[in-house]
Design a protein around this ligand. Sequence first.
Ligand SMILES: *[C@@H]1O[C@H](CO)[C@@H](O)[C@H](O)[C@H]1NC(C)=O
Ligand SMILES: *[C@@H]1O[C@H](CO)[C@@H](O)[C@H](O)[C@H]1NC(C)=O
Length: 590
Amino acid sequence: MSPWTWTLPCARRSPLRLSGLHVATIGAAFSLLYLFCVFVIPQILRLRFRTDLGWYDLGFYGFGPSKNYASFDYASPRVEISQWDAGCDPRYTFLAPRGDSIAQAGPMILDAAGNLVWMKHNWETTQDFKVQRYQDEDYLTYWEGGEIEGRGFGSWYMLDSTYTQRYEINPVGNYGGDLHEFHITPEGTALVTVYDPTPADLTSVGGPALGWIFDGVFQEIDIESGELLFEWRASRHYPVNSTYEPLRRTGRTRETAFDYVHINSVDTDEQGNYLVSARHTHSVSCIDRTTGELLWTLGGKLNDFTDASDGEATNFAWQHDARWHANNTLTLFDNAAHSNEDSGESRGMTIHLDVTAREATLQTAYYHPQQMKSVSQGNVQILDDGDRVLVGWGHSAAYSEYTPDGQLQCNVHFGASAFFTFGRVVSYRTFKGTWVGHPQNPPDAEVEGNHVYVSWNGATEVVAWRLEAWASDDVSDATSFGVVAQFEKTGFETEIEIPEDMEWPLFRIVALDADGNPLGVTDVLQRDQGMSMDELLHVQNWILYIAFVMAGGGLLAGLYRCICCRRLFRRSNDYQLVPLSEREDDRSPV
Ligand SMILES: *[C@@H]1O[C@H](CO)[C@@H](O)[C@H](O)[C@H]1NC(C)=O
Ligand SMILES: *[C@@H]1O[C@H](CO)[C@@H](O)[C@H](O)[C@H]1NC(C)=O
């Protein structure tokens, strides 16, 4: 034994020695600092505070602000229109907000001012909500089902103008329908995606020879008969090493298959060939309508095109929503980033393709004024009235409209932008379009005091509400309602003050269209008699507040007394807290 070991107790007596308490304190401080660095700092770095943000974008009203109604059970997003121009598309917006900060997720229609028009609360995930035309009729279409790590297992639905489900479409074979695409072609067929776990050789990406991939499959299905017309598998055309997705720990089992292509949109061109976007290969391919062969590929490792825009037309990454348009134009949403650590700014793109010469030119890029980094989802829509463009920012709760040369015209947020990287409010895609809805259920109304609130989820043609009182002495004559007054419809829910001089306690409200025709009638309503249940609840709330304040006050007074008592106690008693080191000192001479 070295003498050092035995001289150590002496060293402990030096003024610098560390007691157990010190060590514990320093340890705790370091642990806290470590936890702060590991957990808190990355979250703070993800915040996107900017000096130009208003209260809404700073999260003053919550991550996903919402609006409640008296006559309607669900809350709808409260939007922030940060830029609006006379040229903005006045039609409806179709989106399916979801995320931890959404009051009720599901498909939703908003008007141009952000007012709710229709919503449906779906417990399962809803994606790709839009209007599509099928057999000369407009349908609301969407995917609904379960979602695991960006892949879906569900079905596609079509609702008619009365919001009645008319079709449920499922893939042909033992598959779950994937959430990424449900596109109805001009021929009246459905293009849908499937993620199919398939055995594959993963040696080219450093994986096992007997590995698993999620094959990117799309099917073309006859909507009426459900018959499979065409099926295509990415694995027959894209080698595994065409991916940019790191293998990590995936690919070893069927359940953890390697998602190497991540098919996320399917469209057709004028010849009926297919246009497919594969996010994880950073490429868009044109696929022969009969043989399934790749006719050409834009972007990624298999790129066939020269880039006439210094790389800007083909350098898109992790993209979504490739669509074919007239004049050999392609639109897509370039996410540019896969995770918050990636650099890159998301953008909408229109790309002109000279397919014969295999040359790509970036026509326009559409950027968000807050330099958006949308790590997933997103879409681009060319609006009907010309070449103006709508960009849905997917993982970032925003949609924007642009002129053909990429000037921002309109910008709407449905979540606080400072927290966009957290994805607390998202919508896979966002569209604009027209829609006429005639719900089958009657309008909803709620009487509160001398006001009545009336709304009608999905009724697009209502312009006014007519208050009618039951003006009959004959109790058996339920049809005798007399017009009291008429009110303009305002937003989703209209608040109507019941006229003081309305003689009769029973009344109803009639929805009127622009020509004054009645469209629907509420149930018979009754003027509030005395104190309503809501007012009683209100009174109860006040009692609760007072109880809380009194309890809190009592607690503080008690604490104050205790501290005073303790001081007295310490003065009168020699039992005190003494640092450990001092006690050791006292003991040492013994
Ligand atoms: C993929 O692997 C094949 C053979 O394993 C090789 O010939 C090809 O060059 C690779 N492609 C890329 C893009 O790495
Ligand atoms: C078609 O695209 C080309 C290339 O960008 C453009 O010069 C031309 O004006 C476009 N034509 C139409 C009709 O949009």
